[in-house]
Design a protein around this ligand. Structure first.
Ligand code: SF4
Ligand code: SF4
Ligand code: FES
Length: 530
């Protein structure tokens, strides 16, 4: 590792890294626009100029690799002068429409201007070049050419990552503009990433525009539940509402990116159909009831049926939208507390399937099929459960995040499961199965939960509770713990951290893992190697 000195701080920098990344390791910011670690180096913005001892001219830090004995100054007078000059140059034709710009609050032009320039403009507003504003370039992305600083991050993303090359820089000199090719639109499943990497307000997200000032948003690290890839994300939210998903860097899973389907998947988590109170079938309608009555009713139904017909009369099915902790808690309830063998996983999602692609997208739209497999909940158990119902053995079924009627269709569901005496549904929304249930217990959606998912690589990743579930909905682990206690009087933990610890102690696939060790990039199941 070469030894370098940056602003008087000495550090051992890994071979081959550039001076921006080396300085960051020393806690020093080198301002930059065009450099992005997920793209090739363009070296066009000149914002990252630094002074390197024995080099006569200032060097761009993004394209200067560390070398043994290198001595670098990032805040010398020469550097400060250059930084201010670059900013003045970039701002000559900028429209200064920050008050109506969605990027305000997270704009590198604003931030760097305050930190590295902070002088009044010498260029009159009326003489600035006018360019295109609020252009819908496709895939939910809006372009403002006046705000663009021509860093070429967006064009490189489409050239190098998606290989779709929809954007290019046209024109000359101060008439340069980023644009699509004539008659063409941006049309790919990863376009939202250019909004994330555009350092200014030139590219904004159509769905997010003018909806919320970014400084009001809280950020909670989580995992996208849109497919079995499980991209690392940050949930941006305020007062129990999600405003956007942003990708979070995870070198093991998604790098810097996420797909647009996952990015725009959050409205389904907070729709009108959310369940907010326990419901029970009463004559021709579902009536709300309190948690104490609902748990007592479910527990009494289960114990009476077990005492009369044996443990095998009770069964459960867990959808692959369930977390590891939820699936484990359900497994323990069925196999230990009740003593039944009728337990299955269920890998179906209401999201339309799309084929695996070469970047991130997976055809399996469930975030935790692998976790269920690791817990021994095979996804092919529906036929076994249906056969047990048909034979009259299975009479009470608990469906956890498993919309069987939605997947099979109402008629087929009726044919296979219509003979059940009692159906208890634990879910977030009034789906087709919930509408046919005897009892519905409302549970939290994954942004409202602590816990973990296991992605298709066998990587167990942490989700964090961003805010409380709506109404009286509870974490499913808590509901299952209460149900277990009402059945056998044994107190079990309902909090995800404690359930994870018990799962790691008793399930071979999770042995040796701890929930704390899952952040920030996840950890592989015990039987998987990197
Ligand atoms: S639109 Fe944004 S990312 Fe693209 S060149 Fe302009 S400033 Fe850079
Ligand atoms: S690839 Fe899958 S996990 Fe990643 S953002 Fe898209 S839907 Fe979500
Ligand atoms: S970041 Fe180095 S030239 Fe743009």
């Amino acid at each position: 590792m070469p030894k370098v000195t940056i602003d008087g701080k000495q550090l051992d920098a890994p071979d081959g890294i550039n001076l921006i990344d080396a300085a960051e390791r020393a806690g020093i910011e080198v301002p930059h626009y065009c450099y992005h670690p997920g793209l090739t180096i363009a070296g066009n913005c000149r914002m990252c100029l630094v002074e390197v001892e024995k080099m006569p001219k200032l060097q761009i830090a993004c394209n200067t690799r560390v070398a043994e004995g290198m001595v670098v100054q990032t805040r010398s007078d020469r550097v400060k002068q250059a930084q201010a000059a670059v900013l003045e140059f970039l701002l000559i034709n900028h429209p200064i429409d920050c008050p109506v710009c969605d990027q305000a609050g997270e704009c590198k032009l604003q931030d760097y201007y305050m930190d590295y320039d902070d002088r009044p403009s010498r260029f009159p507003l009326g003489r600035k070049n006018r360019k295109g504003k609020a252009i819908d370039i496709g895939s939910g992305v809006m372009l403002d050419q006046e705000r663009c600083i021509l860093c070429a991050r967006c064009t490189r993303f489409f050239d190098e990552v998606t290989h779709t090359s929809e954007l290019a820089i046209f024109g000359r000199g101060d008439h340069n503009v980023v644009d699509t090719y004539p008659g063409a639109k941006v049309d790919n499943q990863y376009a939202g990433n250019v909004v994330d990497i555009c350092p200014v307000g030139a590219l904004t997200e159509k769905e997010f525009r003018f909806r919320k000032r970014v400084w009001y948003l809280d950020r909670t690290p989580s995992i996208c539940g849109g497919c079995e890839r499980g991209c690392s994300i940050d949930i941006h939210h305020q007062r129990g509402r999600i405003y956007r998903f942003k990708p979070r860097y995870n070198p093991e899973v998604n790098g810097y990116w996420m797909c647009d389907e996952g990015r725009h998947g959050f409205p389904a988590l907070q729709g009108e159909s959310r369940l907010i109170a326990p419901l029970v079938q009463a004559k021709d309608r579902m009536a709300p009831e309190g948690w104490t009555a609902a748990i007592r009713r479910a527990a009494e139904t289960i114990t009476e049926c077990r005492d009369l017909n044996g443990a095998a009369s009770i069964g459960a099915i867990a959808g692959a939208q369930a977390t590891n902790e939820e699936a484990f808690a359900l497994k323990r309830l069925i196999t230990s507390t009740i003593g039944s063998k009728h337990l299955s996983g269920f890998s179906w999602s209401p999201m339309a399937a799309s084929a695996d692609d070469k970047l991130l997208i997976r055809a399996n739209k469930n975030p935790n099929s692998e976790g269920l497999r690791a817990l021994g909940l095979a996804a092919d158990g529906i036929d076994r459960l249906a056969a047990a119902v048909a034979s009259g053995e299975l009479k009470v079924l608990i469906a956890l995040r498993a919309d069987l009627a939605g997947a099979l269709g109402e008629a087929e569901f009726g044919r296979r499961f219509g003979a059940l005496d009692y159906l208890i549904v634990l879910d977030t929304d009034v789906n087709e199965t919930a509408q046919m249930a005897n009892q519905v217990l409302p549970i939290a959606a994954y942004p409202e939960l602590d816990g973990s998912f296991t992605n298709f690589q066998g990587r167990v990743q942490r989700i964090h509770r961003a805010f409380d579930p709506p109404g009286e909905a509870l974490a499913a682990t808590e509901v299952i713990a209460r149900l277990g206690h009402a059945i056998d009087g044994v107190t079990r933990p309902g909090a995800a951290e404690a359930v994870f610890a018990e799962m790691a102690a008793s399930e071979p696939a999770f042995r040796g893992l701890s929930i704390e060790a899952l952040s920030p990039h996840g950890a592989l199941l015990a039987n998987r190697s990197a």
